[in-house]
Design a protein around this ligand. Sequence first.
Ligand SMILES: C[S@@+](CC[C@H](N)C(=O)[O-])C[C@H]1O[C@@H](n2cnc3c(N)ncnc32)[C@H](O)[C@@H]1O
Length: 296
Amino acid sequence: MEFKHIPVMVEEVMTCLRCEPGRTYVDGTLGGGGHAEEILKRTGPDGIMIGMEWDQEAIDEAGKRLKPYGSRARIFRENFIHLSEVLKTAEIESVDGILLDLGLSLIQLERGERGFSFRGEGPLDMRMDMRRDCTAANLVNSLPLAELERILFEYGEERWARRIAKAIVSGREKEPIQTTGALGKIVYKAIPKKFHSRRIDPATRTFQAFRIRVNEELENLRGILESGWKALRREGRMCVISFHSLEDRMVKEAFRRWEREGMLGILTKKPLTPSEKEQKNNPRARSAKLRCAERR
Ligand SMILES: C[S@@+](CC[C@H](N)C(=O)[O-])C[C@H]1O[C@@H](n2cnc3c(N)ncnc32)[C@H](O)[C@@H]1O
């Protein structure tokens, strides 16, 4: 089955990045190539898009989509924290803009075998980059109780962290927890029924927490926020779309620090959010927050 990821806040992103012919941009989270294609359309005939992505399936998808743009689209299978190495390989000194559209693509979420979704059954994997060693099953079945609780509390902002961590430990004593369904059931039972929300599945926060930990998402974001601005030329812009408060807070604080230190000016005092129309057409867009800053 084909799942098409719909890029979020495209017009807002293009305005923030000021995409114009001849310019060079980095899309650090290429995914299915939706934003990247828009960048290529607007920077033609000679603009360049450097795409970074660590998931081979996404690279294949983006590669097909961006083929018509030939050598203007340069794709690297890399973690975005390796931006400066990639630019060196591409022989590019600095760029006009960097885009990060964090989190998962629909392609990853909807493929049960990747283990990201609590709907349906799949192996408890959750690696975006399949070259990495550690899966969610490894963590769930081996981490001590206190560490499980910390992950759930910090990365999932889960108020039932202790109960869920305890339920995981007693569940895995009976048999290893190997599937998304098995973890989902444990969480479902661990949270008292009267606190189950009608809007979101009780397992949502737990899955978010393990996904963030498996992929070291906050460490990666911190890394690019510390060094990314160095790749921008003067007046070049960095644009970050985040989907949960941990990421958004990190971006907000990094931008403020840069501004205080005189490296960047913040262009979005408050984060931009999708229009009502977009939220209706693409429910995934609902929690998106876009922040943008410009190199001084
Ligand atoms: C929300 S999707 C991007 C969708 C894309 N903007 C589009 O329009 O199709 C996020 C993508 O970033 C990738 N990703 C997340 N963290 C990454 C990292 N540290 N390095 C490289 N790619 C990463 C994920 O694998 C995923 O494919």
